[in-house]
Design a protein around this ligand. Structure first.
Ligand SMILES: *[C@@H]1O[C@H](CO)[C@@H](O)[C@H](O)[C@H]1NC(C)=O
Ligand SMILES: *[C@@H]1O[C@H](CO)[C@@H](O)[C@H](O)[C@H]1NC(C)=O
Ligand SMILES: *[C@@H]1O[C@H](CO)[C@@H](O)[C@H](O)[C@H]1NC(C)=O
Ligand SMILES: *[C@@H]1O[C@H](CO)[C@@H](O)[C@H](O)[C@H]1NC(C)=O
Ligand SMILES: *[C@@H]1O[C@H](CO)[C@@H](O)[C@H](O)[C@H]1NC(C)=O
Ligand SMILES: *[C@@H]1O[C@H](CO)[C@@H](O)[C@H](O)[C@H]1NC(C)=O
Ligand SMILES: *[C@@H]1O[C@H](CO)[C@@H](O)[C@H](O)[C@H]1NC(C)=O
Ligand SMILES: *[C@@H]1O[C@H](CO)[C@@H](O)[C@H](O)[C@H]1NC(C)=O
Length: 688
């Protein structure tokens, strides 16, 4: 439910143009490897990556939900945010902005202003940028006709550009330049603008810069490296000077041990790197494990909270372990409640397993099989083993056709232009399956399938082994860690290793960058993969997926869950919103893709569903849960509010007030399509 009608209309507009471009080219498409468990398709709807990637990269899987996605879609001229700067390529120039933050009760956003634009002075060939390499934490883009190569690395307080051949440069601004002053060696310039910004420009060898007109600086012919940095306060010039000679070229984020993520940057130069950490980094950074220094006062503002300077060439990020369990973490509290759960279970099993699934859409199908799989685990927990064979049979019949390629209405296929699974319907219709064919929402849909597959594999090992290859291929689509160029899938399709949470938007250009709506469905995806590791006895998979789930949870708590007075969002926003709608890399929205800001119960619900044992970890802050439920309460009495959404609100209420929540749950007249009375009774009786 992450996308909506609105997304789909925008997608149509955005992609019809690239589709026209696509037809004019010979497409390079990677074949599925020998023995790959899903058939290959030629998608008619994915955009053509070939204009924007170096030819060697076109043979490898390409990222589809990445921090630089806008640079490789359509004309490649829409900005992306890299902490602390936004970058935009257009007309053979790179523009950087230290964006202005604007908050109202309806949104928090970063406004792009063309603070500085860098280009070659002579550039007759208008050429767009080409990705020459990319890594977990950065991307290198070339403007070949201008001899410019930009190393864009997330969290760098400097923009770094290598001018590979002698070239005269132009640096322009939409503001007015009030000062342009060199140091004596002419390898550092101070550029002051009339918007009160001071920028420092460093060069690897002397450079001659002239203020040609009030908004333009031109250089004499130069080759070498230039770095540009906003001075975040007059006290910090020395810090920027000191670290200006070393620059990051790329960065890897490695899963080294349980609940540990390690960043290592490849750098040029001998100084220690100066990089920026966001608030979640700071919470997780293990200062003891590495020789890093935190510069508490060296700060840039960002939509994700203050960014703080860290000196060091590698970081270790450690998180508390989270429990990944099949059943409720602390068990059913009172045995007297078990008969009530069993009564609901009998009815739900009967109702669900007696009707074959008529839906063919991957998202809704996934929710239905995950709902049925929950019943099997609840049956185990309450000792109602007699219903389990019926559920198992239903799940096997429902899941197998998707894994064996025999499902009539849809199915999974391999798409080789970007490298990933698409649905049969999505391969020919970008609106089908909420844009699954253009890589929207993969972790949500596949997460539900993994949940059901894990439960069947747990119940029936032989079945699990029979479909193991398909199960791992599905998980690999969004959770691949194989960095080899011949891998079928890009590394971690959805998870942003700098931001530390997932994006959902796929191959669609958006003015506000990447986006994700439902954090709980993202958590469900990694949690389900961790359960799959348990089902197959694969401790590595469980460890990796548990770490990703733990990070996604903490990111949700930091950026989606709104706390008053924690210096994350302005009061005007946090006083009016206990939870965000869509989180964008450049914006916090109160609206959803499929509901307006007033639908607070839906805003809450889409950040809660599906309810499972991991929900307890996601909503572990009880004072926050109470604030959220109280904020939503007035909205529940509006006309048209359904019991399907009320159920999620009452479930959260049950975390701190089981007595009031129980009768509300017992009296619900309907449930979300992925939810059931059995599941909510299991939830409420395992609270407290
Ligand atoms: C790029 O150049 C075209 C043609 O000169 C111009 O219309 C357009 O506004 C420019 N784009 C930007 C972002 O400057
Ligand atoms: C947003 O940026 C545009 C230029 O990019 C500028 O004209 C406008 O004034 C800015 N808005 C605010 C509120 O700063
Ligand atoms: C800049 O790029 C050129 C050409 O690739 C390379 O030879 C040079 O070493 C680079 N300069 C620096 C300072 O990294
Ligand atoms: C620049 O700073 C001065 C003095 O603090 C202030 O009066 C002015 O409004 C600022 N201008 C901008 C564009 O922020
Ligand atoms: C690392 O440790 C050395 C020796 O203790 C120290 O001189 C250096 O400044 C440290 N580097 C960082 C990045 O903290
Ligand atoms: C609940 O039932 C379980 C299994 O029958 C039993 O082990 C447990 O002691 C009971 N708990 C209480 C509080 O009676
Ligand atoms: C687990 O992953 C690590 C790192 O990728 C690898 O070295 C190790 O062999 C894996 N272990 C198993 C049991 O697959
Ligand atoms: C829990 O939520 C409350 C209320 O929003 C907040 O004040 C508190 O800081 C949160 N605790 C943690 C550990 O985040």
């Amino acid at each position: 439910m992450a996308s909506s009608k609105m997304t789909l209309f925008m997608v149509i507009l955005a992609l019809s143009f690239s589709f026209l471009q696509t037809q004019a080219r010979v497409l390079l498409s990677k074949p599925a490897p020998a023995g790959f468990p899903f058939p290959q398709t030629q998608s008619t709807v994915v955009p053509d990556p070939s204009p924007f990637f170096a030819s060697n990269l076109l043979q490898t899987p390409l990222p589809t939900n990445s921090f630089f996605q806008n640079f490789v879609l359509n004309n490649g001229d829409v900005a992306e945010y890299f902490h602390p700067y936004s970058f935009r390529f257009s007309n053979s120039s790179l523009t950087l902005s230290y964006p202005t933050r604007i908050a109202t009760s309806a949104s928090v956003l970063q406004n792009f202003t063309a603070d500085l634009s860098i280009s070659a002075t002579q550039n007759n060939q208008q050429q767009h940028q080409v990705v020459s390499s990319f890594s977990d934490l950065g991307v290198t883009l070339d403007i070949p006709s201008s001899n410019l190569r930009f190393f864009l690395v997330k969290g760098s307080p400097y923009l770094t550009c290598n001018v590979s051949n002698p070239t005269a440069l132009s640096i322009s601004t939409t503001h007015a330049i009030t000062t342009l002053s060199p140091n004596t060696d002419r390898n550092k310039y101070t550029i002051s603008l009339n918007n009160n910004q001071t920028w420092l420009l460093y060069s690897s060898s002397p450079i001659g810069l002239t203020n040609s007109n009030p908004s333009l600086i031109t250089s004499d012919s130069f080759s070498g490296v230039i770095r540009v940095s906003l001075l975040p306060g007059s006290d910090f010039e020395e810090v920027l000077d000191q670290h200006s000679s070393s620059y990051p070229v790329s960065g890897e984020a490695l899963f080294t041990e349980a609940f540990t993520l390690e960043y290592t940057w490849e750098k040029a130069g001998n100084e220690d790197l100066l990089m920026l950490a966001h608030p979640l980094h700071l919470q997780l950074l293990s200062v003891e494990d590495r020789n890093v220094t935190v510069l508490d006062q060296f700060k840039y503002r960002s939509i994700d909270g203050d960014l703080v300077g860290i000196i060091g060439d590698s970081w270790v990020l450690k998180t508390q372990p989270i429990p990944v369990t099949w059943h409720s973490i602390n068990g059913i509290k009172d045995n007297a409640s078990i008969p009530e759960i069993i009564a609901a279970l009998s009815k739900d099993v009967q109702a669900i397993t007696s009707t074959p699934i008529s839906i063919t859409a991957s998202y809704f199908y996934g929710k239905l099989i995950a709902k049925a799989a929950r019943l099997a685990l609840i049956a185990e927990e309450v000792g109602s083993n007699d219903v389990i064979p019926t559920i198992k049979k239903f799940l096997e019949d429902a899941v197998e056709p998707w894994l064996s390629g025999t499902f009539a209405g849809n199915g999974f296929l391999y798409e080789g232009k970007w490298g990933g699974l698409v649905t049969k319907n999505g391969a020919v219709d970008k609106n089908a399956d909420f844009g699954f064919g253009i890589y929207n929402d993969h972790h949500y849909h596949i997460g539900y399938f993994l949940y059901a597959i894990s439960v069947v594999a747990k119940l029936d090992q032989a079945w699990g082994l029979k479909y193991k290859e398909q199960a791992y291929s599905l998980a690999g689509d969004f959770m691949n860690l194989n960095r080899q160029p011949d891998s079928s899938y890009p590394l971690l399709r959805n998870f942003d290793l700098y931001n530390l949470h997932s994006w959902a938007g796929g191959l669609t250009e958006f003015a506000d960058g990447r986006d994700q709506e439902s954090t709980s469905e993202a958590v469900n995806a990694y949690y389900s993969a961790a359960l799959m590791g348990l089902a197959y006895g694969d401790t590595n998979l469980t460890a990796t997926a548990s770490l990703l789930a733990a990070l996604e949870i903490q990111a949700a708590q930091k950026w989606w869950h709104v706390h008053q007075g924690d210096n994350m969002y302005e009061d005007v926003f946090s006083n009016a919103n206990a939870i965000t709608g869509v989180v964008w890399s450049n914006k916090r929205d109160t609206g959803l893709w499929f509901a307006p800001p007033e639908s607070k119960e839906i805003r809450l619900g889409i950040q809660v569903l599906p309810i499972s044992p991991i929900t307890e970890v996601l909503f572990s802050n009880v004072s926050y849960v109470k604030e959220l439920v109280e904020w939503t309460a007035p909205a529940l009495t509006r006309e048209g509010v359904t019991d399907a959404w009320r159920g999620f609100d009452y479930s959260l209420e049950g975390i701190y007030n089981k007595e009031d929540a129980l009768p509300k749950i017992e009296n619900l007249g309907g449930f979300d399509d992925g939810n059931s009375l059995t599941n909510l009774l299991w939830w409420i009786h395992s609270r407290g």
